[in-house]
Design a protein. Structure first.
Length: 122
C-alpha cells in the first residue's frame, strides 16, 4: 500500500467516524427501521382492510394512516389526528395525497392492494 493510499484510507475512515459521531445519517436507518419500513414515507408494501402504517408525524403532520377498505374498484385510506380527520380513495393505478405524503395504489388483487409511498413537497 502506498503512502497516498494509506492517507486516503485514513481520511475516509475519519470522515465516516465523524459522520457517525455527529449523527449525519449513519444511524438514521436503524431509527427508521424501529418505527417500520414506511416511516420515512418511502416504501412498497401490501395492505388489506384495517392495516395501519406508521409514518413520521413531524415530516407528514400525522403519525399513521389506515386502510379502510380494499376492493377491485377502490382503495380507501384515512388519517386521524387530534385536530382533523382526512380520508381519500382511488382506483388501482391512482394516487391519494395526505399533506405531503403520496400513496400510489399500484394494483389490487384478492382484497389486497400493492401500494408505494412517496414524500412530496408540500
Amino acid at each position: 500500500m502506498t503512502t497516498g493510499m494509506r492517507r486516503r484510507t485514513a481520511t475516509t475512515a475519519m470522515a465516516l467516524m465523524t459522520a457517525g459521531t455527529l449523527g449525519l445519517g449513519l444511524t438514521a436507518p436503524a431509527a427508521s427501521a424501529a418505527n417500520g419500513p414506511c416511516y420515512d414515507g418511502r416504501c412498497k408494501t401490501t395492505v388489506s382492510k384495517g392495516k395501519t402504517i406508521k409514518v413520521n408525524s413531524k415530516k407528514f403532520g400525522f403519525g399513521k394512516f389506515k386502510t379502510d377498505s380494499v376492493s377491485s374498484r377502490s382503495v380507501k385510506f384515512s388519517v386521524r389526528t387530534s385536530h382533523y380527520y382526512l380520508n381519500g380513495s382511488t382506483s388501482p393505478g391512482g394516487t391519494v395525497k395526505f399533506n405531503n405524503l403520496k400513496i400510489w395504489v399500484k394494483s389490487v388483487k384478492g382484497g389486497k392492494a400493492n401500494i408505494q409511498l412517496f414524500p412530496t413537497k408540500y
